[in-house]
Design a protein around this ligand. Sequence first.
Ligand code: NAD
Ligand code: MG
Length: 404
Amino acid sequence: MTDRQAVAVLGSTGSIGVSTLDVIKRNQHRYQVSAITANKNVEQIEAQCVEFQPRYAAMADPLAAEALKRRVSARNLNTTVLLGEGSLNQIAEDPEIPIVMAAIVGFAGLDSTLVAARSGKRILLANKESMVVAGHLLNQAAKDGNATIVPVDSEHNAIFQCLPKENQLGATVSEAREIERLVLTASGGPFRQLSADEMQHVTVEQAVNHPNWDMGPKISVDSATMMNKGLEIIEACFLFGVNEQQIEVLVHPQSIVHSMVRYCDGSVLAQMGESDMRTPIANALAWPQRIDAGVSPLDFKLLAGLEFEAPDMLNFPCLDLARQALRVGKGANVVLNAANEIAVERFIDGQVRFVDIAAVNAYTLTHCESSEPHSVADLKALDMAARSYAEEIITNGQLSVGLA
Ligand code: NAD
Ligand code: MG
């Protein structure tokens, strides 16, 4: 048991975090959970401490961390509780932990992902927002630190699986003449078939209820607006070294084909499977080997026909906003991501309507000043400025006069 690889699960109480712990539990002969982290959920992380006995448990929220410390000590567990935001970085750079699952949601996951990259870890990258806002910096940090980034986002993991080995190891896809395009599939979310009028009245409950995937609230809303697919276009550009014209988006409501690669001889390689994130998590954990993920085998006889259609760009303007941001370059990705994080939060809190999310994103992207971030400090300043801008247009009620 001594040569088991140590894994840190950043964001262990979330949807990806819980699935990661499940995959590790099935493969305890190979992996051990050495560190877990969460924001505020003390009960859940306490239960994880009891079950997995990690060396470290960290909480971003100081009060929650104090509460966890008391509980861990009352139970006499051998886990050290770390306090505050710096503790995530401490775990991400621990030389005794070679594998880091980056499963914090949003911009909040950026610092620890960058630290893991500089520290030469195998990063299982679920936190797509860090690649969206800091693609160049993160790739450079991984290169300098000799880290490996394996995508966990199901589409990117599917593409990763369908690429030639040299491209999995970092060679840029745009230089590979034999690869024509990457095809990202999208379920289309819960509102795929609604009219523009019906979209005006959808509720938070409907938006977080994804037809195929069981996910955290932010990514569920992103899937409903299709901003998720937009973020994934940006993520794919940085992960694989392609430009946005080399990425095609196809709506595939059954979520069985997770994405594809088109080759110059007419071949299309696809990765298929159940809609269960344990498959890409297990792939990222063990690559280039394969391990049990607890996922049911795909039964083709039970599948209805697989459908593919072009996305509806009118009802889902967020998709094109991502392409716009890529074309503009500079800090536009950071601005778009920040606006979207604010708009989604306000929608979940009941302060704006579903359709306002796209409006806030479009308006902030077009009007908020941005310049190329050359450092993490620049990037954080730009993120803060774009958040304030988005907050301001929501508070000032500019939404009601129509923004787009
Ligand atoms: P989630 O909301 O279920 O979990 C988020 C985790 O991050 C929790 O453990 C939470 O405690 C932690 N967290 C939240 N805010 C934090 C903060 N400020 N500081 C430190 N920790 C914080 O989210 P999820 O659905 O598991 O998604 C996680 C990431 O994976 C997201 O970036 C998402 O886009 C990506 N992803 C998720 C799925 C999925 O199926 N859930 C699929 C693909 C990609
Ligand atoms: Mg995805």
